[in-house]
Design a protein. Sequence first.
Lengths: 327, 290
Amino acid sequence: MIASLRNGREAIIQAGEKSMNTPASLTIWRKTKLRMRKATWNDRRIDWSGYVFLLPFFIPFLTFTVVAIIFGAYIAFNDWGIMGAPEWVGLANFKEAFTDPWVAKAFVNILRYGIIIVPGVTILGLTFAVYVNKRWFLSDFARAAFYSPNVVSATVIGLVWVWILDTQFGLVNKYLNMIGIPNIPWLTSTQWSLIGVSIASIWWDLGFSFVLFLAALQEIPREIQEAAEIDGASGIQSFWYVSVPILRPTISMIVTLQLIATMRIFSQVYMMTNGGPAGSSVSVIHYIYTTAIVRFRLGYAAAVSLMLFVVILIVTLIQQRLIRESD
Amino acid sequence: MNISTGIRNFFRHGNMKARDIPFWIVGVVIAVLWIAPFVWMVSTSFKPAKEVMTKEIEWFPRHIVLDNYKKVFEYPVARWAWNSFVVATTSTALGVLFGAMAGYALARLNFPGKNVFFAVLIASLMIPTEMTIIPMFVGFLKVGLSNSYIALILPTIANVFSVYIFRQFFLGLPAELEDAAAIDGASRFAVFWQIAMPLARSPIIAASILLFTLNWNSFLWPLLIIFDDNMKTMPVGIAAFTPVVGTHTQLEGFGISMAGVTLLSLPGLLIFFIFQRFFIEGISRTGIKG
């Protein structure tokens, strides 16, 4: 269809050229021909209005993504407080960051957060999705329940869990006391604070992986699982040998997305521990925040942001490499 | 309904067998536990100050009082809620409209560079927003736009997920109706506005819900750019009730902070329970991660 249209247009152009008999009309015809040929793309007429449609989105997108990133990279090479002009310092900010014990601590911490939160969210999310997908009695309730923490703001998560994990009067410790476990200082000790924040984060983030797993499970035809069961596979066997291989792409997607999200952890940390005690729960973004807002060192904060970006990029690339290799 | 038909109906759900009952029970118990923090939050918010820090676990308040809510409103909570409402609705309306326009152009219109444009869009999802937060902070500060609605709204209106949702929708929608209107001489904008958008009800709802919750819950950016107490959004304002960085809870106890977060979580939870289907469809369709 498109090819014939193009041939038709070429035929008109050629026919037009033959019918031109004066040099002047020939010049005019050549210009028209040029325009007729030029104004197509993918062999179709160009909708110039497309650019107008894109513009209201494109201008803020360009400003707050592309321009902001370039500007951020520029700031990273400067010493800049809130007042005064930026002063070019070259790589000094990066050199400082590599010897800053707080930067090291923050990067190790986001790794530790990742080790707790990513498997937690993936395994629990998958388990809950499998359960809800059975469509047993009350499964609609369970679906809403598992997803609901995901719709509230970080403030709700932070404050509710500060209360629940309170050392003396918190719900968790009271129940632990009942089975003979003494009070755990969830958010006030260097040993536990990161774990306390991780528990709240798993509760908050789970809904996301849960929903993606549920959607993926619903795509699996029931007959496949029924066939496996008729062949004598137990529930666990049919899950492990039938569902899990089909779910592999979903699992790797969730692990990647959740890992990136966890490396950017901030709000919960800010509200539950403010990075403490003694920096035991500080995250990279939290350190960037305090560097920029409390200490007004914008250049240094931008340099640490750039480092985080590079780390996230590397992790994503490794992840995709692994996925490709395992396929 | 007698007992035996009741039992039969119970087992009819998803072909449940007798050996499945223990798993079913465990699942229901975990689901109840999963929402227990919300129940505890609401329960604490209605307790009088003396009954919050108790030795026993009291899931139901002995006395239901509104003291905590009264105390919460001694802070400018109504103002914060209004700020959040203005910012979230404006951001969502513009984000959906601009996303629909861009998504429509990418799906329907033929122009050079659109594939490159779409690739840039997808690639930008790899960039963590935190990369841009320091330069944005400096930029808004230098042009004197901190403490303003503009600072809160502008960076949110170009939402890639919104574009993606509409692009996917229009790619799957037959174009005959629009073509017919175009042949009748309607302009591209008339076709978009009068023919395409009325058909796009479900992506409009899905995108609106996603963007509204995203904007309503936004935290780091408003925390950075707003210094004036009266211009705070609700999540940032209420966050000062945490004993870790604020002083309100240390003064008044956990009752007041639970009253604050109960109010804060209402819009999100209400929207979720009303539009549950759209919510879950929207998330699983786009793979959005807030």
